[in-house]
Write a protein that binds this ligand. Structure first.
Ligand code: GDP
Ligand code: IMO
Ligand code: MG
Length: 427
């Protein structure tokens, strides 16, 4: 039995899609367990770039089962667009299974996401406006509509009527917006249901059966540790649990079945949306990293805020996820930058903190403490083994391992499949 949970160790966009695609070759199944189409996972195969929002990044291997677990919120329109997009590129989606217990993003969720953000003004989160938060809100309120509800026309009609009655009150009385039309939504979603129906399954059963049969299952996290609803930089977080524990809940597997947790760590830090960011670089160095790293959102196109690698965050991510292995990505982006800085602590009111503070107001006051390391000038794009890396790059990785006490088992030196250095096998 081999179950590996892959998660983002920072604020998302660490390169989870690329690493998932790489590991999917050895896996039998790839499972998404939380989030929705707020995610944007990039996979580059033979110079062709694919961007996925809902479908697991294992879909490029025809013989792997891909699962969308119960923990997701699914916008059916986006899902079907993704089907069409992949099919138009010759990628078969027949091996996809979707949990009937996953929740459905409805038009009012998307609208409320926009209106709530506007209402918050300065307090806004900077969401992706995909309806994620409002859909999870309904899930927690026990009024949400699940994928399986779409299969029963009467049940769906009833649930929609209740929800729309409530949401239209919010829209008109609080936000001064016009009402949404019941019949239009009903017809639209019943049409989606027809196309989604063949994919719906009891995915917890399927995943556990694979584990019972000693098959290799890769759980593909979306977002990142600091966007976790419980452990992230609340309220500047997403509405699900991207940490490793979320895989158990969002896929319906017990914690005893997980063998490894692979933390995907980018060689610098980025963040999209609002909230404190101790190692943020607002000047020309931040611009340089953004340009070289192509740090513009896969989902919304927004420019990413960029900063140095932060090992206080890394240590925190190792703690709350139980990271056993690190996949260190985008090392190539640091070529030509010297010296490189690594944050090892925070200065807070005269004291030095080495643990990530629980309180956001403390984090907002923290100033990063750095150590410097010499950079390298060599192009890393074609390198396939650790020993071929320039000495300064090896020293940098060794230092990350020392500071984190976790092995860097995978290194990425470019977006392509082959631009990956394996130091310890994961599967
Ligand atoms: P995800 O959300 O964690 O899957 O990451 P994204 O796909 O949103 O963003 C990562 C970006 O970096 C994508 O454009 C990837 O193609 C690219 N990428 C991933 N790994 C590497 C790498 O090692 N080097 C470079 N230069 N780009 C990479
Ligand atoms: P992947 O999987 C980076 C951020 C948004 C916002 C906050 C809440 O590609 O790494 P939401 O729409 O989820 O309510 O927004 O979370 N966010 C991400 N940032 N990568 C992502 O996904 C993200 N998904 C959400 O920018 O700050
Ligand atoms: Mg992304």
């Amino acid at each position: 039995m081999s179950a590996v949970v892959l998660i983002g160790a920072q604020w998302g966009d660490e390169g989870k899609g690329k690493i998932t695609d790489y590991l999917a070759e050895k896996a039998d199944m790839v499972v998404r367990f939380q989030g929705g189409n707020n995610a944007g996972h990039t996979v580059v195969i033979d110079n062709q770039t694919f961007k996925l929002h809902l479908i697991p990044s294992g879909i490029f291997y025809a013989d792997k089962i891909c699962v969308i677990g119960n923990g997701l919120v699914i916008d059916p329109k986006v899902l079907l667009t993704e089907f069409d997009y992949l099919q138009s590129k010759g990628i078969d989606t027949g091996n996809l299974r979707i949990s009937g217990n996953a929740h459905v993003i409805m038009p009012y969720h998307k609208l409320l996401d926009v209106l709530e953000e506007e209402f918050k003004g300065e307090q806004r989160i900077g969401t992706t406006k995909r309806g994620i938060g409002p859909a999870y809100k309904d899930k927690a309120s026990r009024t949400g509509i699940r994928i399986s509800d779409l299969l029963d026309k009467n049940k769906f009609a009833q649930k929609l009527a209740y929800n729309l009655k409530e949401k239209n009150l919010f829209l008109t009385k609080i936000y001064g917006h016009q009402e949404l039309n019941y019949d239009e939504i009903l017809q639209e979603y019943l049409q989606y249901a027809e196309r989604i129906k063949p994919y719906i399954a009891d995915t917890s059963l399927i995943v556990n059966k694979y584990l019972d049969e000693d098959k290799k299952v890769l759980f593909e996290g979306a977002q990142g540790t600091l966007l976790d609803l419980d452990h992230g930089t609340y309220p500047y977080v997403t509405s699900s649990n991207p940490i490793a524990g979320g895989a158990c809940i969002g896929a319906g597997v017990g914690p005893t079945r997980i063998n490894k947790v692979l933390g995907v760590v980018k060689s610098y830090t980025t963040r999209v949306g609002e909230g404190p960011f101790p190692t943020e670089l607002t000047g020309s160095m931040g611009d340089l990293i953004r340009d070289r790293g192509g740090e513009f959102g896969t989902t919304t196109g927004r420019p990413h805020r960029c900063g140095w690698l932060d090992t206080v965050i890394l240590k925190f991510a190792i703690r709350v996820n139980g990271i056993s292995d690190i996949a260190f990505t985008k090392l190539d982006v640091l070529t030509g930058i010297s010296p490189l800085k690594i944050c090892t602590g925070y200065r807070y009111r005269g004291a030095t903190l080495t643990e990530f503070p629980m309180d956001l107001t403390v984090l907002a006051e923290c100033e990063a403490v750095y150590e410097e390391m010499p950079g390298w000038q060599e192009d890393l794009a074609g390198i396939t083994t650790f020993n071929e890396l320039p000495a300064a790059a090896r020293d940098y990785i060794n230092r990350v391992e020392e500071l984190s006490n976790v092995p860097v088992s995978i290194l990425a030196v470019g977006p392509g499949r082959t631009q990956t250095i394996i130091r310890q096998t994961i599967f």
